[in-house]
Ligand binder design. Structure first.
Ligand code: KG4
Ligand code: ZN
Length: 350
């Protein structure tokens, strides 16, 4: 089945063509147009994002088809992100996808954005298939899942306040770095060198040795306290001298990564998994991937992380997740709506 994917949930207008069956499906093209305009405002301005999607969605879809070398009328189905995300932005993709599916007379699938992130790495590496432990870390979500099979997800943990990417973006602001902050904080932290931090160390949030698997916070995350710790370190000079910004970035990243890695390791052990799949923009952070591999390799666990283009928001993952639902016979109607919040489909009792 040849699926055209469309993603407009935030500030990337993206379209992709995926062709094939199940885990054998291959990515034929992927176009991602990032809306740079938001950098001026230091964050995504929803109305500007919606209007930018409106002008870009058609050329981006046309380009994805041209890159794949396939005509529009050869598309067998359309998959579009319908939540969670910015409603005005989502509505552009949803309306466009509906019109296209209707005009072509092909099935339509509404895809959950985070389920898309779950499928992203499998497009690059077929071994990144269930069963596995998944850590999804994006600008709006931090989810720890046990993935028994595609479409069967146990939600183990989530953030209680800021998402991991959001924490990177807020800390970037405190360190006078541009938006989106993740890659800038990562670069600055790397500049601090090994063993750096200048003696600065932040507590790993929600991580204590005495936590038990049935404690409600055993798998959960929290990053807003870490952000406050950064604020205090930036504002309060130590011994009269300000803490170097690189040391603050490094200490922040170490604490955030430490918490993500330990909670993931707990989930791997509890469910006896041998694979970990990372997804979302923060999965592009090399320090996170390296720390995850260092921690889990001795246990015989392989860590799969998406490449840069598939880590960030993209339509390839939406087409792939859509293919999964379409192959199960699921169809969205022309009444498909967009939702700012939406629970991930396929949840089973933890
Ligand atoms: O998945 P994504 O592209 O969009 C959402 O669904 O939110 O994630 C974007 C987030 C932003 O917060 C961005 O700062 C963060 O991912 N990010 C990173 C890195 N690259 C992107 N965070 C840490 N390190 C990175 N290298
Ligand atoms: Zn995302």
């Amino acid at each position: 089945m040849r699926v055209l994917g469309i993603e407009t949930s935030c500030d990337e207008t993206s379209a992709a063509v995926v062709d094939g069956t199940g885990d054998e499906a291959a990515l034929q093209s992927l176009v991602i147009l990032s809306q740079d305009v938001h950098r001026v405002f230091g964050g995504v301005v929803p109305e500007i994002a919606s209007r930018a999607h409106l002008t870009s969605v058609q050329p981006v879809v046309a380009r994805a088809l041209a890159d794949a070398g396939v005509p529009l009328d050869s598309v067998d189905a359309v998959a579009v992100t319908h939540g969670p995300g910015l409603v005005g932005a989502l509505l552009v993709g949803v309306s466009f996808g509906k019109a296209l599916a209707h005009a072509l007379g092909v099935p339509l699938a509404g895809v959950h954005h985070m389920e898309g992130h779950l499928f992203a790495t499998s497009l690059e590496d077929r071994a990144a298939a269930p069963p596995f432990t998944a850590l999804l870390v994006s600008g709006g979500h931090t989810l720890l899942l046990d993935v028994e099979a595609w479409g069967r997800y146990r939600l183990l943990g989530r953030t209680r306040d800021d998402a991991a990417g959001e924490a990177f973006d807020k800390v970037a602001k405190l360190l006078d770095l541009p938006y989106p902050g993740g890659p800038h904080v990562e670069r600055l932290a790397a500049a601090a060198g090994p063993g750096a931090g200048d003696g600065l160390r932040f507590t790993r949030p929600m991580l204590r040795r005495d936590q038990r698997p049935d404690d409600p916070d055993y798998y959960d995350f929290s990053f807003s306290g870490l952000k406050t710790a950064v604020l205090n370190a930036v504002r309060a000079p130590r011994d009269g001298a300000p803490v170097p910004r690189a040391a603050v970035a490094r200490a922040f990243q170490d604490a955030l990564v430490g918490s993500l890695v330990e909670k993931t390791a707990r989930a791997v052990v509890a469910h006896g998994r041998t694979r970990v799949v990372l997804g979302g923009g923060v999965a592009g952070n090399r320090a996170l991937v390296a720390a995850m591999r260092d921690r889990l390799a001795p246990h015989g666990v392989t860590v799969y992380a998406p490449g840069a283009r598939l880590a960030t928001d993209n339509a390839a993952m939406i087409a792939r997740a859509g293919l999964f639902h379409l192959e199960r016979g699921e169809r969205a109607g022309l009444d498909l709506n967009a939702f700012a919040t939406l629970s991930i489909p396929g949840l089973i009792a933890a």
